[in-house]
Design a protein around this ligand. Structure first.
Ligand SMILES: Nc1nc2c(c(=O)[nH]1)N[C@@H](CN(C=O)c1ccc(C(=O)N[C@@H](CCC(=O)O)C(=O)O)cc1)CN2
Length: 282
């Protein structure tokens, strides 16, 4: 028995639930999990359902074609995928490897519903860690002058590996508008602050100067506007007047790693649906 996940969003209207559920029922798709939400402001409908094939009376190709017709009628954005068809993800890292290490450890333990297929970096520092996990490591150094062709190298590695998600696991280079458009909805970044506070570089130093009482981290989809992408997860941790910048950076490593791992898991389980500049998590 195989299970599948259908997630979609569309302009809300009477009968959307009846349309999708009757289509699945007619095909003998056995629904085991459903969650949905309607945004009262955008009047957009969001749904995620899990079903299995124990009683399926058509092929999945036929079911997918029938759903495509309904989705066109509903003007829906959708993903239909087998639960065991794990998304292929490529990780990107610069000098700090705490988020990379956390993702590799979870993946190796089978705790990440994804297939990590490779790592790109503008530093050599993480090659040993990555190759120890039996994964290919791509060293792609970059300068201001070489950024356009270095980004082409990132894209060619991503497509060679059939990547489906690029995870910026403390990759400290600003991606160009073109690369962001190419990877729209397929790239997640971890920012080491509780956004919208302290965007950009050195957020912990600026947070210390401001005298904050919590540190945080934000995982978001990457857009051309730095640290402005739709937020997926945020985590915080209290600190106090005795907490130095160095201690904030160290405490922040766990906060960042947890927020990013959670965001990657939610994305790979098709639980994150874009809602304009925001997200719905089902
Ligand atoms: N288009 C985007 N690219 C990236 C984003 C993003 O939101 N949109 N997030 C960053 C990560 N990041 C903060 O989370 C960040 C990374 C780098 C910088 C920065 O100022 N970088 C300098 C170079 C720094 C260096 O060489 O070490 C630069 O690129 O000029 C700010 C924030 C990842 N990319």
């Amino acid at each position: 028995m195989r299970s599948y996940i259908l997630s979609f969003s569309c302009p809300d209207r009477l009968g959307v639930v009846a349309r999708y559920s009757s289509l699945l029922a007619d095909a003998g798709a056995f629904i085991t999990e459903v969650s949905n939400y309607t945004d009262p402001v955008t009047e957009r409908f969001f749904l995620r359902c899990v079903f299995d094939d124990r009683a399926l009376n058509v092929t999945m190709d036929t079911l997918s074609q029938r759903w495509q017709a309904v989705a066109d009628e509903l003007n829906a954005t959708w993903v239909l995928r087998a639960s065991d068809d794990l998304p292929r993800i490529v990780l990107a890292v610069s000098a700090q490897d705490h988020c990379l290490s956390a993702l590799l450890t979870k993946w190796r333990a089978g705790a990440l519903p994804a297939e990590i297929v490779g790592v790109v970096s503008n530093h050599e520092l993480s090659r040993g860690l990555v190759e120890w996990h039996g994964l290919p490591f791509y060293y792609l150094p970059v300068t201001k002058e070489t950024k356009p062709q270095q980004e082409q190298e990132i894209l060619s590695v991503f497509s060679e590996l059939d990547g489906e998600l690029l995870v910026l696991a403390r990759y400290m280079q600003i991606l160009s508008d073109g690369l962001c458009q190419e990877l729209a909805g397929r790239a997640i970044n971890i920012h080491h602050s509780f956004l919208p506070g302290f965007k950009g570089a050195k957020p912990y130093h600026r947070a210390w100067e401001r005298g904050v009482k919590v540190i945080g981290a934000t995982a978001h989809y990457v857009t051309a506007d730095l640290d402005e992408g739709p937020i997926i997860t945020q985590e915080v941790r209290p600190i106090d007047h005795e907490t130095t910048v160095e201690r904030m950076i160290h405490l922040g490593q766990d906060v960042e790693a947890n927020a990013l791992s959670q965001a990657v898991r939610l994305h790979c389980e098709q639980r994150v649906l874009l809602n304009g500049q925001r997200t719905v998590i089902l």
